[in-house]
Design a protein around this ligand. Structure first.
Ligand SMILES: C[S@@+](CC[C@H](N)C(=O)[O-])C[C@H]1O[C@@H](n2cnc3c(N)ncnc32)[C@H](O)[C@@H]1O
Length: 338
């Protein structure tokens, strides 16, 4: 009997996904909501001190803290907790890369996932696409949360372009710029460069805030409106499409690549940041699951393979296409030259 049981597959995969899979999201979100990371940064070290700052129960807090240590958000020596580098950079209020609002955003996003089976049946998102105001409200929260993702990856992109090549970049268009993580590192490094951000008007308020905070606001200008309709203008040396195409979908995404080619000067660069599954769509799981996220939340959004991006870029007239690997991004960045 025991021998037969040994040959059974382990139930751990199913248990991991279905019995306790989502808990870490809620533990980290609760810790952010309780300002655990900021409290530690400001000197609280023991469960008692941290609980007292959060007006929380000490023994309940200790369980959260120990779980956070097991999840590598904290470390513990004796009864004293300290921050991991990631927590210090992204989850402490005073950090310039604080992922502001990420706890509430994480929880609100979970709600849509409860309806996934129904969305798969219909093939449509269950929540109808919002109007401009609803979209702008959603993105105004999202762009603060995701700023560090783009910012750290864009620094890798800047480093991957030679100083001589960078010196040719004078005009940048950041399409759907949000808080401008994809252009700020270029503006910081290339002192004379001017950036135009195209985004919805309420979101450009946030762009202005971040551009000023990172010391480049005086070189930022704005095109406000719907990116499907606003004329990009022309003569840019670099255009960034940072996490834009997945929300637009195949046809509109391809059109964005074509419009970018038209708006670039000769030898101009297009930087694309996306979730990119392999050409057979067998992985990575994160990129494929992001496609499901788009199914749930957008009418046409999806993820596309490198083969597809290469086809679109070549057809739009780009002559060279390279990728930039960085641990800060879910997939390699694409850098194409016209
Ligand atoms: C996923 S966010 C990416 C923001 C930024 N590029 C980043 O990576 O952090 C999508 C951005 O596109 C903007 N956006 C979405 N739909 C838009 C539209 N129809 N017209 C203009 N901007 C739009 C949003 O406001 C948001 O800033």
């Amino acid at each position: 009997m025991a021998k037969k049981a040994d040959r059974l597959p382990s139930p751990m995969m199913v248990a991991n996904d279905l019995l306790w899979g989502g808990w870490s999201t809620f533990i980290v979100a609760a810790a952010v909501e309780l300002d655990v990371f900021s409290s530690i940064a400001s000197g609280a070290r023991t469960a008692g001190e941290i609980a007292s700052k959060a007006n929380a129960d000490e023994f309940a807090m200790r369980r959260i803290l120990d779980s956070l240590a097991a999840l590598k958000y904290l470390s513990r020596k004796g009864d004293r907790y300290s921050l991991s580098p990631q927590s210090a950079a992204f989850l402490v209020r005073e950090s310039e890369l604080y992922m502001e609002g990420i706890d509430q955003f994480a929880k609100s996003q979970m709600m849509g996932w409860f309806q996934l089976a129904e969305a798969v049946k219909s093939g449509r998102p269950l929540v109808p696409p919002g109007d401009d105001a609803g979209r702008a409200a959603f993105f105004s929260i999202l762009v603060r949360c995701i700023f560090p993702l783009g910012f750290v990856a864009a620094k890798a992109a800047v480093a991957a372009i030679s100083p001589a090549r960078r010196a040719r970049i004078k005009r940048i268009l950041d399409v759907g710029g949000g808080a401008a993580p994809w252009s700020i590192p270029f503006a910081q490094t290339i002192r004379g460069a001017r950036v135009t951000v195209l985004d919805l008007p309420p979101v450009t308020r946030i762009t202005r805030e971040y551009a000023a905070k990172f010391g480049v606001g005086d070189r930022y200008g704005y095109l406000e409106g719907d990116l499907r309709q606003v004329d990009f203008g022309g003569g840019y040396d670099l255009i960034t499409l940072g996490h834009i195409i997945h929300g637009e979908g195949r046809d509109a995404g391809r059109r964005l690549v074509e419009r970018s080619a038209e708006a670039l000067a000769d030898r101009g660069l297009l930087l694309i940041a996306e979730f990119i599954p392999n050409n057979d769509r067998t992985g990575p799981a994160g990129a494929l699951m992001f496609g499901i996220n788009m199914l749930l939340h957008t009418p046409d959004g999806d993820v596309f393979t490198m083969k597809e991006y290469r086809e679109w870029l070549k057809a739009a007239g780009f002559k060279t296409i390279r990728t930039i690997a960085t641990q800060a991004a879910p997939s390699p960045l694409i850098l194409a030259e016209k």
